[in-house]
Design a protein around this ligand. Sequence first.
Ligand code: HEC
Length: 172
Amino acid sequence: MTRTHRLSCRGLGGVATLFATLSLLTVSAVAQTAEERQIDFGKEIYKSKATCLFCHRLDGNGDQGYGGIALSLRKTPLTHDQLIETVKCGRPGTGMPYHDQFAYTDKRCYGVSREDLGKQAPPQAVNFLAPREVQAVIAFVEAKIKGRGPATLEECIYFWGSGTKECDTFKQ
Ligand code: HEC
């Protein structure tokens, strides 16, 4: 009886240790994936919901046509806060659209309203973004575009997946 009791206690101790180890492992795994998930979520916004892709291209190198010359996101010198502000507020006097629904209704953007800006007001985005979507798209830009050299095949495949022809130019 005593023996069984002692055994089961030890058994429980083992289970407790195992459980503690497992939950530690789970916590670190979750912390990592949360960040990766945010970046992937941002990638989808870049491609579809906000169509940053149309003007800034996949490699963030900017495009000469649509919406004027979109600056290179690879070479951007902007800080994290400035990147967030640019996406929320757009850039007055240029084709960079604003993505915060209330950008120019109060003076949250650059301290000015639409009336103040008049014709200099930037265009409205195709879709407005919620604050967490802005955070995600910038997390993606900072992790995968900003400060990088020319786009590589590997980056192209990360962006489009391997089942498309989008990356064929890299293979030639
Ligand atoms: C309709 C075209 C268009 C779309 C869509 C667009 N941009 Fe832009 N973006 C521009 C243009 C044009 C500029 C250059 C503004 C200027 O000349 O200062 C710009 C500038 C920027 C800049 C400033 C770069 C710098 O170094 O000053 C950032 C950051 C940026 N865009 C990020 C984004 C992101 C992220 C998205 C998607 C959420 C996006 N843009 C969607 C056209 C666009």
